[in-house]
Design a protein around this ligand. Structure first.
Ligand code: PLP
Length: 403
């Protein structure tokens, strides 16, 4: 992770295909720049944005506008009491996981369950107690054209009384999988039966930034905790996470914000306020952000397929998010070794085994996958993928048994 931090903060010699930075989409950048200039040119608004503490629940105008958008577009019975902001959704996961799992004064302990791993690497270290996570292997469906897809293996899912919440990312980082509406409904039923929340990490999903290339709808009830973020819309530096949940959960989040942050930053909400009020944020996501990434995903996959011709490889069906998940079944070296060799050649990717929080068994599949980010400029992705493919071919060539 240190590699990624250094490369993301500007080591220009590295081809950074390992991080989670969104692309700098010209239309989105232009919109944000215009809005920022308007704020800077209006003394009263500028003073409000930079000169006042916001409430610990987050910018009231933004929260009211978002509640209205969700009521109007999705018909949800939702108000400002159901929304709180956090300093990035990563901070939100720290709150939520430690609220619903950990050690309790009566000696009991509870865990967060990831019904399907691979899952987001950022969940792994946020527990204040040991052993706070449990994860499950997926079912694997093999598809044509070197593709495959994970599904939740409901036959193995046992939600016992020590599970405090279920959590899924949808679209999933690292795989680009999008759980079907049916899978989400089934998980919600399981959670409801146990009286625990289903946490859905929607950082790439609907209604914004909508980096989702397959049919999927968005549902919410007050037993769902839906997490959104402005990061992949194009504002990772503004650190704005959004939690949509029952009023009780929102009160607890607000209290934690008060302790950890006193107040939240106003910049992110102020930059997109107009877009949320007008609903433009959804339109830009549909007409600009989604096709931008879908096009990049298509190009990256085509290049990988071309460069890896003749080898046994599979790519997770790209249904959303900003990553390709490459599986090398039977690869003669571990994904970690491939990561090290690529680093030597100036390309950063992430080895697959990091993405299995709570899955203790030493499943070989964990060590046969790598995550490749395709959100970077086209020439960086192109050069990076060619080097990745070349290194993989070298690995297979070196390990070929001699005749
Ligand atoms: N959830 C997922 C699935 C992510 O990929 C990321 C960041 O890459 C986050 C949450 C954290 O996002 P934020 O920038 O809002 O903290």
């Amino acid at each position: 992770m240190e590699d990624l931090g250094a490369a993301m903060s500007g080591n220009r010699d590295v081809l950074m295909l390992g991080g989670g930075n969104p692309g700098h989409i010209p239309e989105v950048q232009q919109l944000l720049r215009t809005r920022m200039q308007r704020i800077a040119n209006d003394p009263a608004e500028f003073a409000g944005v930079v000169g006042n503490y916001d409430s610990p629940q987050g910018d009231n105008r933004f929260i009211a506008a978002l509640a209205q958008l969700l009521r109007r577009d999705y018909g949800w019975d939702i108000g400002p009491e159901n929304i709180a902001l956090t300093a990035g959704s990563q901070a939100g996961f720290f709150y939520l996981f430690n609220m619903f799992a950990g050690e309790y004064p009566d000696g009991r302990s509870r865990q967060i369950m990831f019904p399907m791993t691979p899952e987001y690497i950022g969940y792994a270290d946020v527990g204040l107690a040991d052993n706070m996570f449990t994860g499950h292997r997926p079912e694997i469906e093999l598809l044509d054209d070197h593709l495959f897809k994970y599904h939740v293996d409901f036959s193995r899912l046992r939600v016992t009384d020590n599970i405090g919440a279920l959590c899924v990312s949808r679209p999933t980082n690292p795989t680009g999988n999008v759980l079907s509406d049916g899978e989400i409904r089934h998980l919600q039923e399981i959670a409801d039966a146990k009286n625990i929340p289903l946490i859905i990490d929607n950082a790439y999903g609907l209604p914004f930034p909508q980096i989702i290339f397959t049919e999927a709808s968005l549902a919410w009830s007050d037993r769902t905790i839906l997490c959104l973020s402005l990061s992949k819309f194009g504002l990772p530096a503004a650190r704005t996470g959004i939690i949509i949940a029952s009023a009780d959960v929102i009160r607890m989040i607000t209290s934690m914000n008060a302790v950890f942050n006193l107040a939240l930053g106003s910049l992110g909400p102020s930059l997109v306020l107009d877009l949320v009020m007008s609903g433009e944020i959804t339109r830009i996501s549909t007409s600009c952000i989604k096709p931008y990434y879908e096009h990049k995903a298509g190009k990256a996959i085509a290049l990988l397929r071309q460069e890896l011709q003749g080898l046994e490889f599979r790519i997770h069906k790209p249904e959303g998010a900003i990553f390709l998940w490459l599986w090398l079944p039977g690869c003669p070296v571990s994904a970690d070794e491939i990561y090290r060799r690529l680093k030597q050649r100036g390309v950063l990717v992430i080895a697959g085994h990091h993405f299995f929080p709570g899955l203790a068994d030493d499943w070989r599949h964990k060590h046969e996958c790598i995550r490749i980010t395709y959100s970077m400029p086209e020439d960086v992705v192109d050069r990076g993928i060619r080097i990745i493919a070349d290194e993989i071919k070298r690995v297979y060539a070196e390990k070929k048994p001699s005749p």
